[in-house]
Design a protein around this ligand. Structure first.
Ligand code: 13P
Length: 253
């Protein structure tokens, strides 16, 4: 069985004190609550990763760490970039690749995403590959072909072995930060479509093992129903992940 993963993408939010307070609140809730059914990963801004790692390690927490982004090359003269090996060395286990905000605001194309995943895999880190369609693609009935194209141009560049070390997030762009979520039926339909596409290309073993997370305005009110869908293996949470009570409610949903 696939274990549920609840991942909190903090995006570019919170100052230092707020970030450290949130981590300590989460550790407290982890010790009091029932988090057995889910793996939990937090994905703070990179500059907080090392302190987060030390705090989590010293408190015996099982919460894991992810990075929101890494460079598409391993090292060199790339001012401002952070490499996969750097985030690996400071205790990160997962890296987001292909988030719609990175694609849109930082012009990340498929070639860059392939290179990033290559760097992430080379460090034995888990790539969490994000895909999702714009509202006009959904309204025109092209949501499945959009997602298939995103899978084909990035994930299909890798081997079955490599893909078995990946996680995929389905994040419809129209649902991100809008308060509007995909219905549980829409989410299930798309997750099943993604799993079938992976199955056709890489076989049953890879597709059965693959965790596919839903992202887009997931909150304590809608989480249980979304997470109850057979192909929804967890959530990639934005806004609700920077509120300890809400994030805990989703973990325990
Ligand atoms: P929201 O939960 O704020 O809609 O963000 C989702 C997301 O983009 C997670 O990566």
């Amino acid at each position: 069985m696939r274990k549920r993963l609840i991942a909190g993408n903090w995006k570019m939010n919170m100052h230092w004190n707020e970030a450290m307070t949130l981590i300590s609140e989460l550790v407290q809730k982890e010790s009091e609550g029932n988090w057995r059914n889910a793996d939990v990963t937090i994905i703070p801004p990179s500059i907080y990763l090392r302190s987060a790692f030390e705090f989590l390690k010293n408190s015996g927490s099982k919460i894991e760490l992810g990075a929101q982004n890494v460079a598409a090359t391993e090292n060199g003269a790339f001012t401002g970039e952070v490499s996969a090996s750097m985030v690996h060395q400071i205790g990160t286990s997962l890296v987001l690749v292909g988030h719609s905000e990175r694609r849109e605001y930082f012009a990340e194309n498929d070639e860059a995403l392939v290179n990033k995943i290559r760097c992430v895999l080379d460090q034995n880190l888990t790539p969490l590959f994000c895909c999702g369609e714009h509202l006009d693609h959904r309204n025109s009935g092209n949501h499945e072909s959009t997602i298939l194209h995103q899978l084909e141009s990035v994930v299909f560049e890798f081997t079955a072995d490599e893909v078995s070390n990946m996680i995929i997030a389905y994040e419809p762009i129209w649902a991100i930060g809008t308060g509007e979520t995909a219905s549980p039926q829409q989410a299930q339909e798309m997750h099943a479509f993604i799993r079938t596409s992976i199955q056709k290309k890489f076989g049953n073993e890879v597709s059965n093992k693959l965790r596919i997370l839903y992202g887009g305005s997931m909150n304590p009110e809608n989480a249980a129903e979304l997470l109850a869908q057979p192909d929804v293996d967890g959530g990639l949470i934005g806004g609700a992940s920077i509120d300890a009570n809400k994030f805990q409610a989703i973990i325990e949903a």
